[in-house]
Design a protein around this ligand. Sequence first.
Ligand SMILES: [Zn+2]
Ligand SMILES: [Zn+2]
Length: 415
Amino acid sequence: MNERDIQFLESAFKKYYYDHISEIPVPDDMLHREFGYQKLGVKGMTRHIQVKDAGQMRVMLVQAVPSDVYCSNSYYSFPSLDMKEKDWRGADLVFDIDAKDLDLPCRRDHVLAVCETCGRSWMAQEREEEEEEEKRRERGTGEKRAGDPNLECSSCGQAGRVRPKSLPCKKCITASKEQVALLNRILRDELGAGPDHMSTYFSGNEGFHVHVSDPKFRELDARARADLAGYVMLSGLMPEALGVYKASGLDRAELPDLGQKGWRGRFAKAAFGSKAKRAEVISELSKVPAGAAYARFEGIIREVSGDVGARIDAQVTGDIHRIFRMPHTINSKSGMLKAACAVDADSFDPYVDAVVLDSDETVPVECGCPVKFGLGRERFGPYKPGESAEMPVYAAAYAICKGFGRLAAADVPRR
Ligand SMILES: [Zn+2]
Ligand SMILES: [Zn+2]
């Protein structure tokens, strides 16, 4: 990112923090949390910071003008010391749901390959085809670059700086929200998390975070959190756990039923849906040899695996030394806010509700984005390579943060 773009983003972020500083909530028990931040154009993260009160947090936001702000879910006696000396005292439970991990078929229509050097962007899919073509050409000329991960940008020639950037569509957001709702049901109904201790946030880019501050989970260690993530995901489920065996086939007494509590009831609802359908499956499994019943049941597990477990990132939940993006701060991957939503995120529209940067002023942006995007109730694009467009600050920031835009020459006339 060039210096001019960095200055533009910093001034847009600073204005947001300055104008909204009193609305940014202070994390609970902040004195015992570790804070950290990053700045544009500066490598690495400044972390192990203890923030004593709201005043100090506000000074950090307005004076350091961070691109990204983080705060631990863990509580420590001495948050500013090295990890070994911090004295871990517990942590909130955090879950991460990312549209990227859902990998819907529409993704190929809105993932761009962006060259971080010159800002040129392609449809990633088109880029894959280009790479294939490049490999074919290289094989023909005997060059040995096929499969090289440091492929060059075909516009500026720089190698190794082409990155995928997603502009998530409505379908991806809706599917992520369904996962949030499923996760919240599991937390509430099966694990007894108190609704007053649960908060849902849009991450500011491609997903949602669910934070659970219920004291009953606070002291779980990393291992117990990993187990809990496995329970939520209901991953690696084997027919044996549900009463179907390779050698002996179905044991009816062990087959999950719709009225059962916990994951067994969750599985039964997803797999059978009704008592009649469950009876049908029992009759079907009883008629065939044990091996065939086992294989059939493996198929049922596969079919429902996407509905029965919440698609969270287990590593995030299991990590107790991570610092997470702080709620109500800006995400420099998009220039949007990590914003609080209602628990199930139902009516939340990130492209309206998390768009917080200035909408009054416009700037000229050179923006070669091949797909349309909607932000703040306006539509933008598609733009041809090198095309200049006048955009509100929030949209310019989005284009620059995603890497496919940069401020155009200052002499471009303003609207
Ligand atoms: Zn390039
Ligand atoms: Zn999509």
